[in-house]
Design a binder for this molecule. Structure first.
Ligand code: GRF
Length: 221
């Protein structure tokens, strides 16, 4: 049995749609005994998601609920969310999951869903963030881990990775640099949650008993 399967206090389900490099970073930290969570399932809406292979290689149960196999979006959301509820995780981790969750689900799992978004939120919610930040002429870019609420990319912010934009940057170089930061901040925030030092209380992120009014920042070194 791999370390990522061994029992621990916090059970997590990870939702993916794609390549799964953030999922891999999380699995690697678990296997180094640095992240006290147990991944009980990796769920994907996309049958082609390479992250499914990564999970299988680590002996983690996987499930594909193919978005395109449903005529009605609502039926898809229901199937995905029923599956999560059946497993009853302590934490739901969105790691490159390209679908939204229903309002009801966000409400029911309030304070138990984390997401990583490739921008310095609240700037650049939505898609295509790397090109949009280049077009904006901003000095910095990065990625944000936040609690999920029913409003897209708008839940309480926890931790950001920040990198200075270089004159030579293009969307590809920015993606690579931002993602290297994601592999540091996402496992760290999940660890805080698993250790019980990060919570969502009355709609705010609270770290070690203090409300996070401005997201914490990890600068690129
Ligand atoms: C990440 O850049 C994350 O910020 C965004 O989607 C991307 C997922 O990449 N939400 P991967 O599937 O983890 O490689």
């Amino acid at each position: 049995m791999k370390k990522s399967e061994i029992g621990s206090a916090v059970s997590a389900i990870i939702l993916i749609s794609g390549y799964g490099t953030n999922l891999q970073a999380i699995i690697d930290e678990i296997n180094k005994n640095l992240l006290p969570i147990r991944i009980i399932s990796v769920l994907s809406d996309n049958p082609q998601a390479y992250g499914i292979e990564r999970a299988k290689k680590s002996g983690i149960p996987t499930k594909i609920i193919d978005y395109h196999g449903f005529r009605d979006k609502t039926d898809f959301h229901q199937a995905m969310e029923e599956n999560i509820k059946k497993l009853g995780p302590d934490l739901v981790v969105l790691a490159g999951y390209m679908r939204i969750l229903s309002e009801d689900f966000c409400h029911q799992f309030r304070g138990k869903i984390l997401n990583i978004h490739p921008s310095l939120l609240p700037k650049f919610r939505g898609l295509n963030t790397h090109q949009r930040v280049l077009d904006s002429g901003d000095e910095f870019h990065g990625s944000t881990v936040h609690f999920v609420t029913s409003e897209l990319d708008s839940g309480p912010l926890v931790l950001q990775y920040r990198t200075r934009i270089r004159p030579t940057d293009d969307p590809k170089t920015l993606t690579q640099r931002v993602q290297l930061g994601e592999y540091q901040i996402y496992p760290l925030v999940i660890r805080w949650f698993a250790e019980g030092i990060l919570k969502m209380v009355e709609g705010k992120a609270v770290f070690m008993g203090k409300k996070i009014t401005k997201p914490k920042i990890l600068e690129e070194t």
